[in-house]
Design a binder for this molecule. Structure first.
Ligand SMILES: *[C@@H]1O[C@H](CO)[C@@H](O)[C@H](O)[C@H]1NC(C)=O
Ligand SMILES: *[C@@H]1O[C@H](CO)[C@@H](O)[C@H](O)[C@H]1NC(C)=O
Ligand SMILES: *[C@@H]1O[C@H](CO)[C@@H](O)[C@H](O)[C@H]1NC(C)=O
Ligand SMILES: *[C@@H]1O[C@H](CO)[C@@H](O)[C@H](O)[C@H]1NC(C)=O
Ligand SMILES: *[C@@H]1O[C@H](CO)[C@@H](O)[C@H](O)[C@H]1NC(C)=O
Ligand SMILES: *[C@@H]1O[C@H](CO)[C@@H](O)[C@H](O)[C@H]1NC(C)=O
Length: 703
């Protein structure tokens, strides 16, 4: 039945002459001796219609090659079964035409089977599992064309399509072409983004947009990505610097050691111990640490395995160390990272700072602008100030302490420990918060609690009305008088400290412009929004408070201005500047012109009893006991010694002066005014300045 192609073809081409002859056969004929039949025909498919003349019969020659396929039903030549082109492309049958005499002739029918698309493409293998290393190169073949090609029994051209089923894994894998199913890597892999994907490879026997019947085969390809050793170690903590999150940069570690002291334990560093990881975490290669730079005198060593930083010897100078520490993979030293470790060398701090008070109480009104002072609850004229003492310092004042509020955002602490509002407080109530005083050098800290009573603003407005313009005028006048007195005191102190050079220096000071430091500072402080806001908000306390704050300002210079103060006359110039700023504007000019006169005249060393209207201050040792009227004599004890000292050694004076400044900075001498007072009787003047107490007392007696 299955004839070789060659044979069939030869038969096919030889037969026409024969069939032609047979077709001419009288008695029997068919309408078509070479019919075509689509494969997969239904049974009883009619191949040809037979016409018989009278007396003739027709039958299928049983010896014909494909006799079994055919049957004659009446006048129809039918196929007995479905034909498959993939098995038979031609069917050959002989029909025997017999007349009444028994003579028979052969009629040959050749049926051509027409191929139709009735087969699906077939993959050799429908499930593939592939492990792909993360560092596979782009364009590398993942699965070969040979493995992935599908076959189709219809011998159709196969059209391939690759899709992925796992979200966010598009674009990594692709096929070479629509007719070439080779899968290659289209985009570099990153294990952090793609660890696994499933690809579906479709094989179709018609183009994807064809309307013909299309058969499709599907192969499933499971791909697992295997992490490769692609990244160098990362020091932790680190922050990603790119959106792909595959580069992580750490900031330097910092630590501190005590000068001349060798720490026996590993150093504690910020933000944490030296620690690096292998970001290729499934491999997690071993990492070793080493110091590769900055270790002057080999003071430090790092533990290769743990990264712990230890000291070999004490640091002898206060210069900080900037170490370079490398973390590298044991299996590949080229996979490394370097981090800086800054080690500060600090003075040993034996004592932690502490607050003198476990609880500070303050008060503030609602509705004040942010940045307003919280006032002391007991003395509402004074801003609330918290202070941490440190026994490492002889005066207990550690200039490195900074203050902050840990658990309230409604309030802030200034560097000096003043408590300010951070928002406009809306409702009255009590706020309890924790404040921290932190030594920024030794990192030691102290904690305390601040209880702030937030009061409604109505109290202030009612008390406001009690003060008339005359009251305020009187207050202003008295304050002016007080300032005058303060000037006198300062002048006196200057005189005592500097003796004769003072006149020259004072003159020089006022004829020349003041050093920028002082002016800027006084100016800045004056412009401080807290103070001005305060003045607007609470007229009641405004002048008193601004007095207080301004008078306190000079006692709180920034340490940086100290050096500048050592040349010149810091106290005098600062005080003068402040005084001028404080005066009413119209008084300013007058004051300024008086200034020189006051300072000069009152400290004169030679007497002019004839000068009327002058009240001169004299030190007893300098004065003729037979002084005239209008001269008051001050008993001078310590001051006299100071005078002698001041003439002796200029350098020593400068040192003393610096001490004085430091003291006033640390000690925060205060000048405060009781707010509710009707002035002079209740005015309270406190000036605490170490080393000049004698002079202060003397002048107080005078007043
Ligand atoms: C191929 O994978 C599918 C789905 O994972 C599974 O159902 C099927 O049994 C697998 N066939 C073979 C031959 O592994
Ligand atoms: C990958 O092959 C394409 C086409 O041949 C080429 O354009 C591309 O540069 C190749 N990419 C790489 C990374 O080799
Ligand atoms: C420095 O000295 C302080 C106070 O004695 C001590 O607490 C600290 O641990 C020392 N620092 C180092 C690194 O040894
Ligand atoms: C020393 O190394 C160990 C192990 O890595 C670590 O747990 C410890 O915190 C380190 N100590 C210091 C002080 O860094
Ligand atoms: C450390 O102390 C010495 C003297 O005790 C002092 O001169 C030096 O300024 C101090 N250094 C620091 C950074 O405080
Ligand atoms: C802040 O901390 C202190 C002390 O721990 C606590 O008493 C207070 O209630 C806290 N305040 C706030 C607003 O959390």
């Amino acid at each position: 039945m299955a004839l070789s192609h060659l044979f069939l073809t030869s038969v096919f081409f030889l037969l026409p002459s024969v069939t032609h002859v047979l077709a001419q056969q009288d008695g029997c004929s068919v309408d078509n001796q070479n019919p075509s039949v689509n494969e997969n025909n239904p049974p009883a498919y009619v191949v040809a219609t037979i016409t018989l003349e009278q007396g003739f019969t027709i039958s299928i020659d049983p010896s014909s090659p494909d006799a079994s396929y055919f049957t004659i039903q009446g006048s129809q030549l039918q196929l007995t079964k479905s034909v498959d082109y993939e098995e038979d492309t031609l069917l050959l049958v002989y029909l025997l035409c017999t007349d009444t005499a028994g003579q028979s002739n052969s009629l040959q029918i050749i049926v051509t089977i027409v191929n139709v698309n009735d087969n699906s493409p077939v993959f050799k293998q429908t499930n593939f599992t592939q492990i792909v290393p993360e560092d596979t190169k782009v364009n590398a073949t993942i699965i070969s064309r040979e493995d992935l090609s599908a076959t189709d029994a219809d011998l159709d051209t196969i059209y391939y399509e690759l899709t992925t089923r796992v979200p966010d894994t598009d674009g990594y894998f692709a096929i070479k072409g629509v007719n070439n199913p080779e899968i290659y890597l289209q985009k570099a892999l990153d294990y952090d983004k793609i660890k696994f994907t499933t690809l579906l490879l479709y094989a179709r026997d018609r183009p994807v947009d064809s309307t013909d019947t299309t058969y499709t085969a599907t192969a499933t390809i499971s791909i697992s990505i295997e992490q490769a050793d692609t990244k160098p170690p990362w020091f932790l903590p680190c922050t990603f610097i790119n959106t792909d999150n595959n580069i992580c940069i750490s900031s330097p570690y910092t630590g501190r050691v005590n000068i001349s002291e060798k720490s026996t334990t590993p150093l504690t560093l910020e933000p944490g111990p030296i620690y690096a990881i292998d970001p290729d975490y499934t491999l997690n290669e071993k990492i070793v640490y080493s110091i590769v730079g900055g270790d002057t005198d080999e003071v430090f060593s790092v533990d290769a395995d743990t990264g712990n930083l230890t000291m070999n010897k004490a640091a002898t100078s206060s210069d900080p160390f900037l170490l370079q520490v490398m973390a590298s993979q044991v299996n590949n030293i080229q996979k490394y990272s370097v981090v800086s470790v800054e080690i500060k060398v600090i003075n040993k701090s034996d004592y932690a700072p502490y607050f003198n008070s476990e609880i500070y109480r303050g008060t503030v009104s609602v509705g004040l602008a942010p940045g307003s002072f919280v006032l002391e609850a007991d003395t509402p004229s004074k801003p609330l100030m918290i202070t941490a003492a440190d026994d490492d310092f002889t005066d207990k004042v550690n200039p490195n302490i900074e203050y902050l509020i840990t658990n309230s955002t409604d309030f802030t602490a200034s560097k000096d420990g003043l408590i300010l509002t951070n928002v406009m407080l809306q409702s009255p109530g009590t706020v309890t918060m924790e404040a921290l005083g932190k030594d920024t050098v030794s990192l030691q800290e102290a904690r305390t609690v601040i209880v702030v009573e937030v009061v409604s603003a109505t109290d202030d407005t009612s008390s406001d009305k009690r003060y008339t313009a005359q009251d305020m005028g009187a207050l202003g006048g008295t304050l002016a008088a007080l300032l005058l007195i303060a000037l006198v005191l300062l002048g006196l102190m200057i005189y005592k400290q500097y003796g004769k050079p003072v006149n020259y220096l004072v003159r020089k000071k006022f004829s020349k412009s003041h050093p920028d430091d002082y002016q800027n500072q006084a100016y800045k402080e004056d412009e401080h929004p807290d103070v001005s806001a305060k003045q607007h908000e609470t007229a009641e306390n405004s002048s008193v408070q601004s007095m207080t704050s301004v008078l306190e300002q000079p006692s709180l210079p920034s340490p940086s201005s100290k050096s500048a103060e050592t040349d010149g006359l810091p106290t005098a110039s600062t005080a003068s500047t402040v005084v001028f700023d404080q005066e009413e504007k119209e008084q300013e000019v007058e004051e300024e012109s008086n200034q020189e006169k006051e300072v000069k005249s009152i400290l004169k060393t030679d007497r002019h009893p004839a000068d009327n209207g002058y009240k001169a201050v004299w030190f007893k040792t300098d004065v003729d006991p037979d002084a005239g009227d209008g001269v008051e004599v001050i008993e001078d004890n310590a001051a006299a010694d100071d005078d002698e000292d001041s003439d002796q050694d200029l350098e020593k004076n400068e040192e003393e002066e610096q001490d004085y400044n430091e003291d006033s900075y640390h000690g925060r001498p205060e000048v405060s005014f009781a707010p509710e007072s009707q002035l002079p009787p209740d005015v309270e003047v406190k000036i605490n300045m170490s080393g000049t107490d004698a002079a202060t007392e003397d002048v107080s007696e005078l007043l």
